[in-house]
Design a protein around this ligand. Structure first.
Ligand code: AGP
Length: 624
């Protein structure tokens, strides 16, 4: 995903921009650049490749005039190949406007032709350069469609930005400078996140709070079609139609420490290891074992409607979708509420039928995933109450849903989602138990599940102790290019998740399947070259899954089995055995997923991949 950092303050901007861009590296990128505004002219440096390559070409800041205002960008190519020319910032043809852009301008080709017909020149193949040029065009000439001429006053830059924004179809997060306004920085947002960090004497615009927290924890979150105009004396927020809006300062709810590696080699390793603490925080204060109740403050007012609902639709993408599948199982088992899970990317385009009494739950770590956001909007348009299970506080999905529950696991920096999954499942479990209590679930059963939930962090700790053993398993199978992950019931989504993790960061082909489906075709693939990872913990379908393991072994397949501690019988079916502490079936996904995360992590490292910057950059897909 692309990243934006922009600075206006009293310090030299260059090192602050570089540091900020480094904080956004985890989002993936292929080129980087920055522009400083000093002595009414731009100093622009950009390059294909890593931030280190950018640093190598940056001159030392001029001690007399270092430039205390600037914009920076990490680009993930969408229009035009990843090279220096296409890297941001882009400058307009007059040389007065420079921008960095996240998002996609869908009508850029039409606008580009229009501008070229007017004599405007382009140097890059990007959609983003159209933004710089259109602002520059309006700034220089006025707005031909409305017949307006640019105001000849201090608002001319701002006015030109507003004229241009009206013409764009698509999405943008923008930071913009004009060389005639050496003390002004403008940010604007539609469909891509943009946050303004507000310090005592400095301002930082960023696409992600990770680039801000080092400087301030006070921020405002721009909404779509809003812009911010910043000068050394303050800032004003308004709609892109020029209506002033008052925004409240909010606390960025994580610290610098949380976004640093804390001794781990990769963020993914850190976040896997953090799961006991993250899960404890997610559960903290939400479980009342004595009264067998769950307290989810964020949806307290919606509980009555939830209890009466006729159908729950869970919608999400990727790992969050897998959590949704676990949720479907739990809502049906514990609360006896019909539930179904929809890929947000399918739901949004399918003209879905939302009947009276349907509640939609959107699940998203980032709260910015474009498909999930569009699914939320679809569901709301059709009259559904929409709840959000989101990690990032103040994110767009958190704001757009009617109510919701935060995951509280702190920032998830690794591209591969790990601790967010366990927390998503934990919240869905708590919700299913509470709804169950309000319907059919006995107090004893709820109390026993809730008290066991409390014990899960310690159980995860025990699984993490097997990391070296799991690494050995990964090493022994590292040459295998095709893997199967098989589970049943509530552990079937975990099999899907195990396969996704392996694909995503190890680039090994993997399929996740309900174990019983294997015999309907995929069994033909089984050889001793294809490891089959089974989740075969003690559960209601234990005997059935043993049958599935037998089928694989009968064909010479190699098995890696995740089993319950103390299940001595299962060892004879396993080429490799990993154990999890005993747990009630409904709660097992929060445990069984952990060895699969470790397996994928170790396989990726053993293969020499950059785990935190994998080829898949789907951290919050399509929010570039
Ligand atoms: C999983 O490891 C991926 N990073 C990806 O599938 C992710 O879960 C998906 O893109 C959804 O992201 P979200 O939870 O931020 O909405």
């Amino acid at each position: 995903m692309c990243g934006i950092v922009a600075y206006l303050g009293q310090k030299p901007a260059q090192p602050i921009l570089v540091e900020g861009l480094k904080r956004l590296e985890y989002r993936g990128y292929d080129s980087a650049g920055l522009a400083l505004l000093a002595e009414s002219s731009f100093r622009i440096h950009k390059t294909a490749g890593r931030i280190a390559a950018l640093e190598a070409i940056l001159p030392k800041p001029d001690p007399l005039n270092p430039g205390t205002i600037g914009i920076g960008h990490t680009r993930w190519a969408t229009h035009g190949e990843p090279n220096t020319i296409n890297a941001h910032p882009h400058v307009d043809a007059t040389g007065k406007i420079t921008i960095v852009h996240n998002g996609i301008i869908e009508n850029y080709a039409t606008l580009k032709k229009w501008l070229m017909d007017k004599g405007c020149t382009f140097t890059s193949a990007t959609d983003s350069e159209v933004i710089a040029n259109l602002i520059g065009y309006f700034y220089a000439t006025g707005a031909p469609r409305t017949g307006q001429t640019p105001p000849d006053n201090e608002n001319k830059f701002e006015w030109a930005v507003q004229q241009a924004l009206r013409e764009f179809c698509g999405t943008y997060g923008l930071a913009i400078m004009c060389s005639d306004y050496p003390n002004m920085l403008i940010g604007a947002k539609k469909g891509s996140p943009l946050i303004l960090g507000v310090g005592d004497t400095e301002y930082i615009i960023a696409s992600d709070a990770a680039a801000i927290v080092e400087h301030t924890t006070q921020a405002i979150y721009l909404s779509d079609n809003e812009m911010v105009v910043i000068t050394p004396t303050g800032f004003r927020t308004k709609t892109t139609d020029n209506v002033l809006v008052t925004k409240r300062l909010k606390d960025i709810e994580f610290s610098l420490e949380q976004i640093e590696l804390a001794g781990h080699v990769h963020y993914m390793a850190k976040e896997i290891a953090e799961q006991p603490r993250a899960l404890a925080t997610c559960l903290g204060g939400r479980i009342d074992v004595k009264n067998a109740r769950v307290i989810l403050g964020g949806i307290q007012n919606q509980l009555r409607e939830l209890t009466r609902t006729r159908r729950i639709i869970l919608t999400a993408c990727g790992t969050a979708w897998h959590a949704g599948l676990v949720g479907e199982f739990l809502f049906e088992q514990l609360a006896r509420i019909p539930a179904e899970v929809e890929y947000a990317s399918e739901f949004r385009y399918r003209n879905p039928i939302i009947q009276d009494g349907t509640i939609v739950i959107a699940i998203s770590q980032s709260g910015e995933t474009a498909d999930t956001l569009a699914a939320v909007e679809q569901a709301k348009e059709r009259g559904a109450m929409v709840l959000g299970l989101v990690n990032v506080v103040g994110s767009t999905i958190a704001r757009k849903t009617d109510a919701g529950v935060y995951l509280r696991v702190g920032p998830e920096i690794g591209v591969a989602s790990t601790k967010a999954f366990t927390a998503q499942v934990a919240v869905l479990t708590m919700l299913a138990i509470e709804l169950g209590r309000r319907r059919h679930l006995s107090s004893d059963c709820a109390a026993s599940l809730l008290s066991e939930l409390h014990s899960l962090p310690l159980k995860i700790d025990k699984i993490l102790e097997q990391s070296e053993h799991i690494k050995d398993i990964a090493r022994e199978n590292i040459g295998r290019e095709n893997w199967l992950f098989l589970g049943r019931g509530v552990n079937y989504p975990v099999a899907l998740e195990g396969a996704l993790k392996l694909k995503e960061i190890s680039y090994i082909h993997a399929e996740g399947l309900p174990a019983a489906e294997m015999k309907h075709g995929p069994i033909a693939l089984i050889t001793d070259q294809m490891p089959a990872v089974f989740i075969a913990t003690k559960c209601s379908q234990y005997d059935k899954i043993i049958g599935n393991i037998e089928e694989v072994r009968a064909r010479g397949g190699r098995t890696i089995i995740v089993a319950t501690e103390g299940d001595h019988d299962i060892a004879r079916y396993a080429d490799h055995l990993i154990t999890i502490p005993e747990a009630t079936e409904q709660l097992q996904p929060m445990l069984t997923v952990v060895p699969l995360q470790l397996l994928a992590y170790h396989a990726a490292v053993l293969r020499g991949h950059d785990v935190d910057r994998p080829r898949n950059l789907a951290k919050s897909v399509t929010v570039e």
